[in-house]
Design a protein around this ligand. Structure first.
Ligand code: SF4
Length: 192
C-alpha cells in the first residue's frame, strides 16, 4: 500500500514514518500554508529535509501558498487555539493531502498531526475518514502520540538535531505559545 503522509513538522514526522513504514510505502507531503512567517516555514521545511536526508525518505513538497490559507480561515482569525479556525486549518491540510494522493496514485493518506499532544485526535481522524470517503482513498487512522510516541519524537529530534518550534504555526498562534501536556520529565501521556 502506498501512503502519502501529511508532514506537519519534522519532529512529529519521525514517529509517524517509523510506524507507517510497517504498513506500507510511505512518502511525506510537506503541505503547510498555515505556517508563518515565511522564514519560519523555511526553517521547518529545512528541518524536514534534514530528516529526509538522514532517513532516506521519499517526499513531495507543496508550493507555499499562505494567501490561500488566509482566505480559507477568513472570519475565524480571532478564534482561540483548538477552536473553529484550527478545525478549518486541519481539514484544509488533510483535504489537500488527499487531493495530492489521488493525483499521484497513492492508495491512502495519513497525518503526522496526531503525534502532537496539543491536537484533537478524535476530530482529526473523523475528518480524515470523511475526506477519504469523498476521494475514494483509505485514511490511516492514528494516534501517534500514544505508546510514548510524543516522547520518542522529542528524543529523535534531539538525536538528529531537528528544530522543534514553540508555537503551532499560524500568526495567530504566535501569541499563544504551546504548553506541553506531555513532557520527557514526567512521562505523562495525554490519552486523547
Ligand atoms: S493554531 Fe495551528 S492548527 Fe490552529 S489555525 Fe493556527 S496553524 Fe492551524
Amino acid at each position: 500500500m502506498r501512503i502519502l503522509l501529511h508532514v506537519c513538522c519534522a519532529p512529529d514526522a519521525t514517529v509517524a514514518f517509523e510506524r507507517l513504514k510497517e504498513v506500507g510505502d510511505v512518502w511525506g507531503y510537506f503541505h503547510n500554508p498555515n505556517i508563518h512567517p515565511r522564514k519560519e516555514y523555511l526553517k521547518r521545511l529545512d528541518s524536514f529535509l534534514k530528516l529526509v536526508k538522514k532517513w532516506h525518505l521519499n517526499f513531495v513538497e507543496a508550493e507555499y501558498k499562505p494567501q490561500d490559507w488566509f482566505k480559507t480561515i477568513k472570519g475565524f482569525e480571532n478564534e482561540p487555539e483548538g477552536g473553529r479556525r484550527c478545525e478549518i486549518c486541519i481539514r484544509y491540510n488533510l483535504e489537500k493531502t488527499a487531493i495530492k494522493a489521488k493525483e499521484l496514485g497513492f492508495d491512502a493518506f495519513a497525518t503526522s498531526l496526531t503525534t502532537s499532544p496539543h491536537k484533537d485526535v478524535k476530530f482529526i481522524n473523523e475528518v480524515g475518514k470523511e475526506i477519504a470517503r469523498k476521494y475514494g482513498l483509505k485514511y490511516i487512522e492514528s494516534t501517534f502520540r500514544k505508546k510514548n510516541g510524543f516522547l520518542k519524537s522529542v528524543e529523535y529530534s534531539k538525536k538528529l538535531g531537528l528544530y522543534r518550534q514553540n508555537y503551532c504555526g499560524c500568526i495567530f498562534s504566535i501569541r499563544q505559545p504551546q504548553v506541553e501536556k506531555v513532557t520527557p520529565k514526567n512521562g505523562k501521556e495525554n490519552k486523547n
